[in-house]
Every structure is written in C-alpha cells, then in structure tokens.
Design a protein around this ligand. Structure first.
Ligand code: HEC
Length: 141
C-alpha cells in the first residue's frame, strides 16, 4: 500500500513538473499501482501511456499540457532505416542519454523512478529491458 502511494505521488509529480507554469488544461493523474516487471505491456500502459498514448503514437491525455510533444514511439524503426535502435531506446528510457539533442529533457528519467517499485538494481534493468521490448513490438511495419 505504501509503495502504491509513493508511486502515485511520483507520477503526479512527474506530470505536474512537465506542465508549463501558465497551466493549460489540468492534467488528471490516475492512480498507478505497482506493475509486474515481467510485463512490458502492463508497465507501458501504467507509466508511458499518459504521455505517449495507449497506442504509443504520442497522444496521451497529458500530452496537451506539455511543452514538447511526446514522441510517436511506433515509428522508431521507420526513422532508423527499418532497424529498431534497441540500445539507444534502452538508454533513453533509463535516462543515460539525453532525449533531446539540445535543450532540457521533458521525458522522465525512469532509471531513477523505477527503483521505488523494484527490489533490486537487476529488477530495474529487467523493467527497462521489457519496456524496450514492448516498444519494439509496437513498431509499424
Ligand atoms: C511526462 C510525459 C512522459 C512520460 C510519462 C513518458 N514519456 Fe517518453 N517522452 C516524452 C517526451 C515529451 C518525449 C520527447 C523528447 C523530449 O523532449 O524529451 C519523449 C521521448 C521518448 C523516447 C525517445 C523517442 C525518440 O525519438 O528517440 C522514448 C523511447 C520514450 N519517450 C519512451 C518512453 C517510455 C518507454 C515511457 C514509460 C516508461 C515514457 N516514454 C514515458 C514524455 C514522456
């Protein structure tokens, strides 16, 4: 229960932090329960869909309140010569590399958020790995 509340606070904070000072449409935060590290799909729906949309195309409910549009995650292979840039996406999600080539990063750093729902650093790696695998699975052909 405690971990659920912590997660809820974190997500609420992340969404709040991403809103411009002159708040536009209020972002509704939904309770996010701890997810299974084994299910990339479940984690994506809980942690990523608010911004990137359930279909990963970038039109989640929080997208309107953000300065920068969340990326369309279904065309990553298409923009990379047909090959899914696995290593790059893994480190983008984890937060090792900056998403934007310049300017500030709007995308939450999941490498620092996921430990609160994980029991070890290995589990954090597994979560990022399974999230990467899920994003790979939604690429347009
Ligand atoms: C608070 C909103 C928000 C959430 C939640 C979010 N993202 Fe993002 N994401 C963004 C934005 C905005 C960008 C566009 C780049 C930037 O400016 O940071 C982005 C970019 C990305 C990129 C880079 C795409 C590219 O073209 O290289 C990936 C990959 C990504 N997100 C995956 C995820 C995954 C996986 C999750 C869930 C674990 C997630 N995002 C959760 C807002 C979000």
């Amino acid at each position: 229960m405690a971990i659920r509340i912590v997660t809820l606070f974190m997500i609420a904070f992340v969404l709040y932090a991403c809103m411009p000072a002159s708040a536009q449409p209020a972002v509704k935060t939904v309770p996010v329960s701890p997810t299974s590290a084994a299910s990339g799909e479940q984690m994506f729906k809980s942690y990523c869909a608010p911004c990137h949309g359930l279909d990963g195309k970038g039109a989640g409910p929080a997208a309107a309140a953000m300065k920068r549009n969340p990326a369309n995650l279904t065309e990553l292979s298409a923009h990379n010569g047909g090959k899914f840039p696995e290593m790059k996406i893994f480190s983008t999600i984890k937060g090792d590399s900056d998403v934007a080539s310049h300017g500030s990063r709007d995308m939450p750093v999941w490498g620092t958020l996921l430990p609160s729902v994980s029991s070890s650093q290995g589990e954090v790696q597994l979560r990022v790995s399974n999230l990467t695998g899920y994003v790979k699975s939604i690429q347009v052909k």
